[in-house]
Design a protein around this ligand. Sequence first.
Ligand code: PA5
Length: 459
Amino acid sequence: MKHRNNSSPQNTSSPKLLHIDSARLYRDGVGAEGITTAEMEELAPELRRIHQIVVAQSRGGENAEFASLNLHAIMTDLLASIETMAAQIRRFEDVIVIGIGGSSLGAKAVHHAMTAVRPDSSVPGLHFLENIDPYRLRDILQHHKAEKVGVICISKSGGTIETAIQFLILRDWLEKELGKDKARTHQWLVTDPASGWLRELAVREDLPSLPVPPKVGGRFSVLTAVGLLPLAVAGVDIRALLAGAADNAGRCTADDIHANPALEIAALFYLFDINKNKRVSVMMPYADPLELIVDWYRQLWAESLGKRMETRPGRPPAGTLPVRAMGAVDQHSQLQMYLESRLDKTFTFLALDSWDQDFSIPLPEENRKFFPYLAGKKMSQVLEAEFQATRQVITETGHPNMTLRLPAINEHVIGQMIDLYQRITVYTGLLYGINPLDQPAVEKGKKLAIKLLSGDRST
Ligand code: PA5
């Protein structure tokens, strides 16, 4: 079997595509802990079946069940409105983005990556308010002047408690500082097109707003106005982000693992759980700008896949625990455990092909005897050597691992990653036989918190 790696024809024909190297997930790449060709072949009919479901349920515009996998096409009509609104918001020095979970993590991750590689002082700074933390809110209010601040409040349901209370406090602050009429010109909403508190507010107060497609849930919504509006405000090229997603979608049209990387990766990670009892999925980027992309992936993976398999009684619950590790930092923290504890993990490394920012290491003569191997080296070469060494010891320990090589950190590449992981997540959910789009257990906690706030202590 020919496994996907950097030399596959798809990758060489387009140097800007993500390089997906899955070789070390297979038995001939990592040894006994890897998946065999026979296991993959046995799953082939099921993979064809779930691929057909995804194809059929991605069609039909924004009302399709898996509309989230077709946002590169669905969002085209709304792009001009998003860009116009973003241009209006850009008049502020700072923009506070209120939202939580899927209504925040995607934009925050892309913003973090893009401001790291392409800082731009001509656009507003974005400040994401997710958690309800009085210290953080005090800092925001103390360090900003109301007249220089715009607020974007994002909630698909339009009523998430953490989002609602922070927006209520910020609205109150704006109104006290600026007066009610002026305060209205500092607020924008992204929410459900028809229902919820925020939608009602938008209508009642005539606040500018953008809709989230009805079938697209929080953690799959970074490529809707949920992510695109704040990102456009911050100068991110949202068209390139969608073009990247479209290019990845174009790589994933076949029902065959050799020609569809999302299907292949989903199959492998499903088999690691079901056949190999590997319940931990570590993602380890070797580039600080990608740090929050892992938080986005963590939510996508955990909230979509961590579920009871009600359709398959007797089977353990679905899902593997997504864990964030950072290269090289976690070589000095988690690696000991990875190398000597249980073989219950899989690894995904994210590495950069080339760095457009680098430093030569100054090595005066008197220091050379301590670090002779650093002579003439650049910082990125050291990071690359550490990545390769870590991957090798992880492989030699017997941990299956794959590498996503990013040709660069830019919108097009990040768009590909977003589409790739959304697709992998949906396929994996279908393999488990669960609905990757819902989150029934999360609702229980929300309801209980509301009950407690209402003074109801009954169980
Ligand atoms: O992925 C999800 O559906 C959740 O994480 C939601 O994004 C999160 O609970 C916030 O919901 P909402 O956008 O309705 O405020």
